[in-house]
Write a protein that binds this ligand. Structure first.
Ligand code: K1U
Ligand code: ZN
Length: 176
């Protein structure tokens, strides 16, 4: 297992549409998911899409366990949103690719999802609460969409500028 670098805005790879995994859940895909989970725990975060480590495949990992609870890793290969309810809920979202920026995004309260799990079994289940928020956020990554794309142009530009400035500052500190 390995911790990989997480891409941050404005890296153009974050705008790519990820491709389906062909040929089922192989050991190679499981190795990718292992690296993604380790990278997500290290960050730390509660979800991660493969494109965030530069791999344009439709693969997501997630763990919504609270501090002190047993880890509950979840793995999603070729996930699809089959159905959503009309009711929406706001949630203050963050993103490891847009570090230190948080803002409210309104999304459907519940969604029916279909995916292949770590062992390649087909799963269909309803996601609600934080699970619904997080899977929709991660599915957006697979389409090249970031949570800041749901905000106004001004807020989005401010967020990108803030991340760029922080990266420049960190680079200067590392040189000095
Ligand atoms: O996709 C990502 O970049 C991961 C992102 C997932 C997410 C968070 C909130 C709403 C929707 C999706 C994160 O994990 S940001 C970090 C975070 O939320 C967190 C970090 C440590 C403890 C608890 C939460
Ligand atoms: Zn994200």
């Amino acid at each position: 297992m390995a911790i990989r670098e997480i891409l941050t805005v404005p890296d153009p790879r974050l705008k790519e549409v990820s491709k389906p995994v062909e040929g089922g859940v192989t050991d190679e895909i499981r190795a990718l998911m292992d690296d993604m989970l380790e990278t997500m725990y290290d960050a730390p975060g509660i979800g991660l899409a493969a494109i965030q480590i530069g791999v344009p495949l439709r693969v997501i990992v997630m763990d919504l366990a609270k501090e002190g609870e047993e880890p509950q890793p979840k793995f999603f290969v070729n996930p699809e949103i089959v159905e959503t309810v009309e009711e929406t809920q706001p949630y203050e979202e963050g993103c490891l690719s847009v570090p230190d920026i948080f803002d409210q995004v309104e999304r459907p309260e519940k969604c029916l999802i279909r995916y292949l799990d770590y062992d390649g079994f087909k799963v269909e289940e309803w996601a609600e609460d934080l699970y619904a928020v997080c899977i929709q956020h991660e599915m957006d990554h697979l389409e090249g969409t970031l949570f800041i794309d749901h905000l106004s142009r001004l807020k989005r530009q401010r967020a990108v500028d803030k991340v760029k400035k922080a990266k420049l500052r960190a680079m200067r500190e590392n040189v000095a």
